[in-house]
Design a protein around this ligand. Structure first.
Ligand code: HPA
Length: 233
């Protein structure tokens, strides 16, 4: 069995999948962290691999940019491939000036401007939240590995170049920590499929101050996040 977007057969994918926006990040993880990785997908270059980490089966796969993209891939993993846990590891722009570039944010909840949520046809505003078991394990792993982290609300937006008036200020006034583009759709797909999801992001830029991360620092902070995520396998 395969889908229009995933060439894997049932059984090729582990119960826990780490997903990154960039499929080359998934390739990097498979080459640097997994034992005996096997590639299960190359459709649209959305590479996916299954191997083991510390002896436990785990898969890694790209999810592309934005909610329509992660919506497709996570839906298929949860509903067609019997995947139980999806952990997104991504990047985000910080609203908090006290955070450092490279800091880890674990998305407890995901506010959104996306119409994706309307496809669930609910009688009100659903609050997309992380799976508490995965969230707790991620916090424990971050503590153990000595990685700086924050836990709280993030914003999942459909719009990277947003022209709305004070759009980021208004989310920040509600205590949102940072902005990314996928968590809300992932959390809603998990809820509907009765599965488990967690999104964690590394701060790659600031919305309210100038600061840039060098390519090397970006890699190091991404490694910290990968190591936290792999502990959840
Ligand atoms: N906006 C949305 N997504 C992002 C950003 C941002 O500023 N930075 C990294 N991912």
């Amino acid at each position: 069995m395969s889908t229009p977007h995933n060439a894997a057969n049932k059984g090729d994918i582990a119960k826990t999948v780490l997903m990154s926006g960039d499929p080359l990040r998934a390739k990097f993880i498979s080459e640097n962290y997994l034992e005996n990785p096997v590639c299960f997908n190359t459709v649209r270059n959305m590479f996916g691999y299954t191997g083991t980490y510390k002896g436990k089966p785990v898969s890694v796969m790209g999810h592309g940019m934005g909610m329509p993209s992660i919506g497709i891939y996570s839906y298929e993993l949860f509903n067609f491939y019997d995947v139980e846990n999806i952990i997104r590891i991504g990047s985000a722009g910080s609203y908090r000036t006290d955070l450092k570039l490279g800091d880890l944010v674990i998305a407890e909840g995901a506010c959104t401007d996306s119409n994706y949520v309307n496809s669930f046809d609910l009688p009100g505003h659903y609050a997309p939240i992380a799976d508490f078991g995965l969230l707790r394990k991620a916090v424990e792993a971050a503590e153990k590995l000595g990685v700086r982290y924050e836990v709280g609300n993030v914003v999942s937006s459909d719009v990277f170049y947003n022209g709305l008036d004070r759009v980021n200020e208004r989310w920040a006034e509600m205590g949102c920590i940072c902005i990314e583009m996928e968590a809300a759709a992932l959390y809603m797909n998990a809820a509907k499929a009765k599965k488990h999801a967690l999104c964690m992001v590394s701060i790659s830029d600031h919305l309210f101050k100038e600061e840039a991360l060098s390519a090397e620092d970006r890699q190091t902070s991404f490694r910290n996040m990968m190591e936290v995520a792999l502990e959840l396998a």
